[in-house]
Design a protein around this ligand. Structure first.
Ligand SMILES: Nc1ncnc2c1ncn2[C@@H]1O[C@H](COP(=O)(O)OP(=O)(O)O)[C@@H](O)[C@H]1O
Ligand SMILES: [Mg+2]
Length: 262
């Protein structure tokens, strides 16, 4: 944890369940999720495809209604999207006809927003894209486009930054570089971050805690604190032991014999 204020809960989730209705059949996406996230904490959530990770993030982002349970940001019930939460998706979602700067400011119509050309430029510096304000998305690599979406999510100085498998479509080396960048940004900005990923190494590299979800309906199987100093060495004995423990959680659920040859 990276600041002294960290004992204050930032997000409180109690008995959260969410179902979708498909052709009159109930599809239980999430069941009885309980999770408290502290101010300044970095929480990584891992789970297999379809276990409800994106549903959970969308509920926190205020993009999904009709759930049971309590979701509080600070002391406020989340009732819709807001500038206090930023989100980064797997695909960068930049508009091709707008420059980087316009992409970052597009959609900010809220009068409370304090975003100016200076804050945009500061955030481009923060993500390592100084001088790219007037570039168009087609002039950027995949990693650079994802940096722009991080800058766009951070520019309103949100209380919470939500990542939904943000590096899933990047090549392996760019992905590792971006993970280091996110760590640097988290340490600099002290924003509370929630990262959803199916990449177990990414979760251990970044998280203060790793939340392991079961397959659908998504429940929390285990929460594993990662008490390793940063930056973390993926080949260290301690890292490897945590990786084994998390793989074990997945594969005991599937009740399949599993070899630890990883
Ligand atoms: N809008 C929707 N309508 C119906 N079913 C949905 C909807 N969104 C997600 N689901 C279903 O809910 C489950 C969880 O989805 P999701 O949260 O996207 O999983 P994950 O992000 O872990 O892959 C899946 O079975 C998915 O098909
Ligand atoms: Mg998803």
């Amino acid at each position: 944890m990276n600041n002294n204020n960290s004992v204050r809960p930032k997000l409180l989730i109690e008995n959260l369940s969410k179902s979708y209705w498909v052709n009159n059949d109930e599809l239980k996406a999430l069941q009885d999720i309980n999770l408290t996230i502290l101010n300044g904490e970095f929480v990584a959530i891992v789970g297999s495809s379809g276990c409800g990770k994106s549903t959970l993030l969308k509920i926190i982002a205020g993009l999904e209604n009709g759930y049971k349970g309590t979701v509080l940001l600070g002391n406020e019930k989340i009732s819709g999207p807001g500038l206090d939460r930023g989100m980064v998706f797997q695909e960068h979602r930049l508009l091709p006809w707008l420059t980087v700067e316009k992409n970052i400011t597009f959609g900010i119509k809220d009068k409370k927003s304090k975003v100016t050309a200076t804050t945009v430029s500061e955030h481009l510096d923060l993500v390592g894209l100084s001088g790219f304000a007037n570039a168009y998305p087609f002039q950027l690599s995949g990693g650079m486009a994802q940096r722009v979406s991080i800058a766009r999510a951070l520019v309103n100085q949100p209380e919470l930054l939500l990542f939904d498998e943000p590096f899933g479509s990047l090549d392996a080396l760019t992905k590792i570089q971006m993970q280091k960048e996110v760590l640097r940004i988290w340490e600099a900005e002290k924003t509370t971050m929630i990262l959803v990923t199916h990449d177990i190494d990414e979760a251990i590299f970044l998280g203060d805690r790793v939340v392991v979800m079961s397959s659908r309906p998504g429940t929390i199987r285990k929460i594993i604190p990662i008490d390793l100093l940063r930056p973390r060495d993926r080949s260290s004995y301690e890292f490897t032991q945590i990786r084994k423990a998390i793989y074990h959680e997945f594969f005991t659920e599937a009740e399949e014999p599993f070899s630890y040859a990883i």
